[in-house]
Structures are given as C-alpha cells and as structure tokens.
Design a binder for this molecule. Sequence first.
Ligand SMILES: Cc1cc2nc3c(=O)[nH]c(=O)nc-3n(C[C@H](O)[C@H](O)[C@H](O)COP(=O)(O)OP(=O)(O)OC[C@H]3O[C@@H](n4cnc5c(N)ncnc54)[C@H](O)[C@@H]3O)c2cc1C
Length: 442
Amino acid sequence: MRIGIVGGGLMGLALAQRLTARHHEVTVFERDRQLGGLATYHDYGPFFWDRFYHCILPSDTHLIRFLTDIGLGDELRWRRTLTGFYVDEQFYSMSTSREFLRFPPVALWGKLRLALTILYCSRIDDWRRLESVPVEAWLLRTCGRRTYEKIWKPLLLAKLGESYRRVSAVFIWSYIKRLFSARHSSGKKEHLGHVSGGYKAVFDRVGALIRGGGGDIRTDVAVTRIEPAAGGGMWVDYDDERAHFDKVVFTSPVSVLERVTAPELLRVDTPGGTVEYLGVVCMVLVTRRPLVPYFVVNIADARIPFTGVIGMSNLVAVEETGGRHITYLPKYVLSDDPLLRCPDEELRELFFDGLRRMLPEFKRAEIEGVHINRAIKVQPLQVLNYSRLVPQVATAHDDFLVLNTSQFVNCTLNNNEVVRAVDEFVAAYGATLDCRDPVPAG
Ligand SMILES: Cc1cc2nc3c(=O)[nH]c(=O)nc-3n(C[C@H](O)[C@H](O)[C@H](O)COP(=O)(O)OP(=O)(O)OC[C@H]3O[C@@H](n4cnc5c(N)ncnc54)[C@H](O)[C@@H]3O)c2cc1C
C-alpha cells in the first residue's frame, strides 16, 4: 500500500520504519531541511549533537525496543549520572539518599515529607484525580510551606514562569514519576543513557532503513493541502506538486493539521478554546572543561534566567563530542513570550550574567562556541482539567489518520511515549493496512 506520512520527527519516522517493515511503500514529508523535528541534531563545529538535550531512561522500554529493532541496541551507552541543586547560591549534590538527608536548605521533618511526597507520587496511578488540583495547593499540602517556598516554588517559577498558578498537579506527578523511574530500575542510583552518535545516528539509521525498503523521504518540503481523491485515497499537495496515496497519516502538530487539511476530512473540537503552549530557548556552550559535575542542576533561584544546567558531557563521553564538553542552558516560557524572539546577542548577555552569578570563577574566554536554539511550541501547558480541554481530533475518512503528541495528557513529552503511541497505532490499524508478516529491520 502507498502511504504518505506528514512530519519527519521521531513519530513520523518511527511509523515509517514500522510500516516499511510491513512491506508498505511510504513517503515521508518533512518541512525542515533535516529530519528529526524537536529531537533533531545541530552542527556544533567540531561535532554534531542533539539540538536540545536528550537522555534515555532504563525504563524507556518502548524506545529501547525500537532502537534495538533498527539495529542500534549495541550503540546504547549507559552511565551513572549525578543530579545537583542550586539554592542559596550553593550547589548541592542530590544523587544519593545520604546527600538528600544532608541537604541543608530543608530541615529533617521537611525532608521526610519531601521523600514521602516523591514516594506517594510514584505510587499514584489514577492521575485524573490530580487534574482538578492546582500544583501549588497540592505541593503545599504534601510538603508543607517551608519546603514549598524553598524548593518547589522556585522550581515551578523556573519551569513555568507565573503560569505555574494555572497548572494542575498532573504536571509535577508526571515529572517526578518519570525522573524517579531512572533510579528505581537501577538499584536506586540514577543511570541514564544515550545512543552513540546522538539522535543524528538514530535518524541516519531510520532514514537508511526506510529508503532501503523502497520508501522515499522528502525534506525541505512543507505539505500545504491534504484532500480526498475522487477515486479513493488522498491527494497531498506540497510546493507546486501533488502526490496520490492510498492512505495518509498526519504526525505534525494540530495547528498545522487544521491549516492544511480539507474541512470534510476532519473534526477538531476544542472544548477549552485555544491550548497554550510552552516553548524553549536554549543556549548551548561548547567548552574545553566541564561547567558542572552533574547531568542536571535544578535551579531554585529566581534571579537565574535559565531553568537548569544540563551538563551533557557528564552523560556522553567527550570522544563523542570532539574532545569538547557540551552544556545546555534551557529556559521554558509560554510560546508568545518575547524571550523566544529576543535577539541572540541580548539573550547571550542575559544568560552569561546568570552563569557568572552561579559560577563566578568561570571565564568567558573558556568558551569555544555559543549556540542559541529555539522551539516555539514544545508541549501544551497542563492547566487544570487539561484532558477535558485538549482538542479532540476525529478523522472523517477511512484513508486519513492522525497520530501526534497533542493527545498526550498524562505524561511529560518524551520519546518513549512517542514510540509507544506509534506501536499502539500499528497494533490498532496494522491489520487493516496489510495482512502480511513484517520483515525484521536492520
Ligand atoms: C528541550 C527538549 C528536551 C527534551 N528532552 C527529552 C529527553 O531527554 N528525552 C526524551 O525522550 N524526549 C525529550 N524531548 C522530547 C522529544 O524531543 C519529543 O518527544 C519528540 O521530538 C517529538 O517528536 P514528534 O515527531 O512527535 O514531533 P516533532 O518533533 O515536533 O515533529 C513534527 C514534525 O512535523 C514537521 N512539520 C510541521 N509542519 C509540517 C508540514 N506542513 N509539512 C511537513 N512537515 C511538517 C516539523 O518540522 C517536525 O519535524 C525533549 C524535547 C525538548 C524540546
């Protein structure tokens, strides 16, 4: 069957690989010059690495199975990583239970409540009851005011700005659950992983498998219209051309879906009006020495203009990155925030001021490269009762299907969930697309 796939992010490419393995003839359309979407790579000069920081958790079973299926299972690298905390102008390691117990900013009783909150969170399965509870009220109730003011509030401000007041407790529940699964599945010590070569290696491999299986990948091509063909199947318009497919699967964001799809193909109900999105601006530094010994430093200090420090070289061996260290300084903001459109030079100065405050001994001359990466729409703001407000997408034609992350309501945006969604989609629709056995990939 000829299947057109709109979107060459991980969702579209994983789907294309799964369908190619089932002998379908796929064509992927990707608007950008390179594949990968939010998980794509960047040219840092001496090396390529992810545009935004990505890590793999030992509990990411769907993603790990996919990587194994495409022949990259042996390229997975795991490392014991450390988590830091920046509060009261000090760095604290929070990587072991002992360090947690010693953590000075919170008193013993506060620590006990904090530990119980995390344990409680990891045991909650019925996330729907958290949806109507504001995250602030929930954290105050579980951890107490002092720990909330000292730790959680600055963290919420760093991650969500003032919008944290409108966000539900599902936000913190999904965050804690995912992060702590990195410890649970590996003897309580945090272990994280990556693929050797980063996500570039993943997209190069998937691309080769799709092309090797007779599929086509067209980059730098924006789909402008999808409409039903009179004799069955779908027309896809792009640039000044059009192509016919038996089926089309759309994997890009809902805002694009509504713009390019013929109205009779689709019904989008938006019970909550327009969904607000978070975007991210991320300054990436390439240096000869590491800035911090941690993979992640959580920042609980409202004066620092970025959300955290991601010391990628504490996860990825420097041989992978041309002997250099790579550090990401992300800041999440609402997608209409002026910071996302702020000129690079201004942003650089703002972030360097924050860095000087945190690391007074760090010299700007040590920096070999500065890169500023932005994404306007990363994930929806999980406001109160978000699952009831999320756009409900229903397709009205057998040959047109939608599979995208807009329906993720109870998890952080991550690639394990992306692959899970692809595999569930193939399990649900695979039989209607074909009845032959898949051939193994790789
Ligand atoms: C800062 C940051 C850190 C992250 N860290 C992690 C992490 O540590 N671990 C993890 O698992 N995940 C992480 N993620 C999430 C991960 O990147 C996403 O889960 C994943 O990239 C989503 O893939 P997708 O294909 O669903 O969407 P996208 O990547 O958004 O892909 C959609 C694609 O559609 C294309 N498109 C749009 N319009 C058109 C059109 N008209 N025609 C053709 N193509 C079009 C876009 O260009 C894009 O490539 C992180 C994300 C960010 C931003």
